[in-house]
Design a protein around this ligand. Structure first.
Ligand code: PLP
Ligand code: SF4
Length: 335
């Protein structure tokens, strides 16, 4: 779903790119020279529909139905099977939701879902069933969310999430950041975003200036799962953010058939480092209905981590964690 703000006012390259993104399974397969018959389990009518920017698709290997980037975005019929333990609210977001898109789980931090929109639909998304906006206008919800944050002095860090917070246009983001900057107890601002990877043209000079000059000091956590996602354009976008002085961390999800091999995780950490990003979290999959085919066992996850520890400097080894509803922090996996 594209917010109205993206279709009104000014258009820019990234908004054009978003409009041109693949929304249809057959168009994407044709662009990759793949016969639909080579992907037998396709789902052309998935509720959580296919969405892939063209430049991201261009990073996939033509003719390879098992491409790790393709696997992350292609809707499959297997997603319709219900599996025990896999639910619509796998991480307890409903319980932590204070209202108006503000989640409160951990000390000092509030997570604010500022939009439901993303530039790419990841099949394993733990919020794939949380896509409907709440009541009232976006502006009214935004005001109410800010009031919640302003009323709670224990909140020292605000995490902008969604959806993807960079789906908001520059004017909306600037307004929101300015309002957060007026709340004294908010000392840090964090953005959880996949856009520098999946829609690198979003990282404009204006955006970099806006984030770098924000009053609460700002940090960006990108989301990437495979080294091939970090092509030249993503590298340039990340370089721009680094150059503007913004610290960059990354989070990845451990996904069967995408990155559940030691060489792939090593390559991902190395590539992130080359792009100025330090790995932060490697998440065990959140058990969201529709994503069971991506699951990796804890045993295998721990074995992979052991290899990463042997092969990489400590600062390139992500923290392997799982999110347990009700826990007071992300929980490290232990053997
Ligand atoms: C993951 C998460 C955070 C941030 O946790 P950190 O360990 O600080 O990265 C904050 N709020 C919610 C609701 C989260 O899911
Ligand atoms: S970018 Fe994040 S929020 Fe958006 S679909 Fe992917 S996992 Fe979900």
């Amino acid at each position: 779903m594209v917010p109205r703000s993206l279709t009104a006012c000014q258009t820019s390259d990234w908004q054009e790119e978003l409009r041109a993104a693949y929304r249809n399974v057959d168009d994407l397969l044709a662009a990759l020279a793949l016969q639909p018959a080579s992907v037998p389990d396709l789902d052309r009518n998935a509720d959580f529909r296919l969405l892939v920017p063209r430049r991201f698709a261009a990073l996939m290997t033509p003719g390879d139905p098992t491409d790790p980037l393709l696997r992350q975005v292609l809707p499959l019929a297997v997603e319709r099977q219900s599996c025990p333990g896999f639910s619509h609210d796998p991480v307890g977001d409903n319980l932590a939701h204070l209202g108006d898109g503000v989640l409160r789980k951990y000390a000092g931090r509030a997570l604010w879902m500022v939009t439901h929109a993303c530039a790419l639909h990841c099949r394993y998304c733990f919020r794939r069933h949380w896509r409907k906006p709440g009541h009232g206008s976006a502006a009214a919800r935004g005001k109410a969310a800010l009031a919640r944050i302003a009323a709670d002095p224990s909140i020292t860090e605000v995490i902008l999430s969604g959806g993807d917070p960079l789906m908001l246009d520059d004017a909306m983001l600037a307004d929101l950041i300015e309002r957060l900057g007026r709340i004294d107890h908010v000392k840090r601002l964090r953005l959880h975003t996949r856009l520098p990877i999946v829609l690198p043209s979003r990282v404009t000079g204006t955006l970099c200036e806006l984030l770098a000059s924000a009053t609460p000091s700002t940090l960006i956590v990108i989301h990437a799962n495979h080294a091939a996602e970090l092509g030249e354009e993503a590298a340039t976008a990340l370089g721009r953010l680094t150059h503007a002085g913004l610290p960059l961390l990354s989070q990845s999800v451990l996904l069967h058939g995408v990155n559940d091999q030691a060489e792939r995780l090593v390559a991902l950490s190395e590539r992130l480092c080359a792009c100025g990003v330090l790995p932060y979290y490697l998440h065990q999959l959140d058990p969201v209905q529709g994503a069971a085919h991506f699951q990796v066992s804890d045993r295998h996850a721990l074995d992979l981590l052991e290899v990463l520890r042997e092969r990489l400097p400590g600062y390139l080894v992500p923290r392997l964690v799982r999110e347990i509803p009700g826990a007071r922090s992300k929980t490290p996996l232990t053997g």
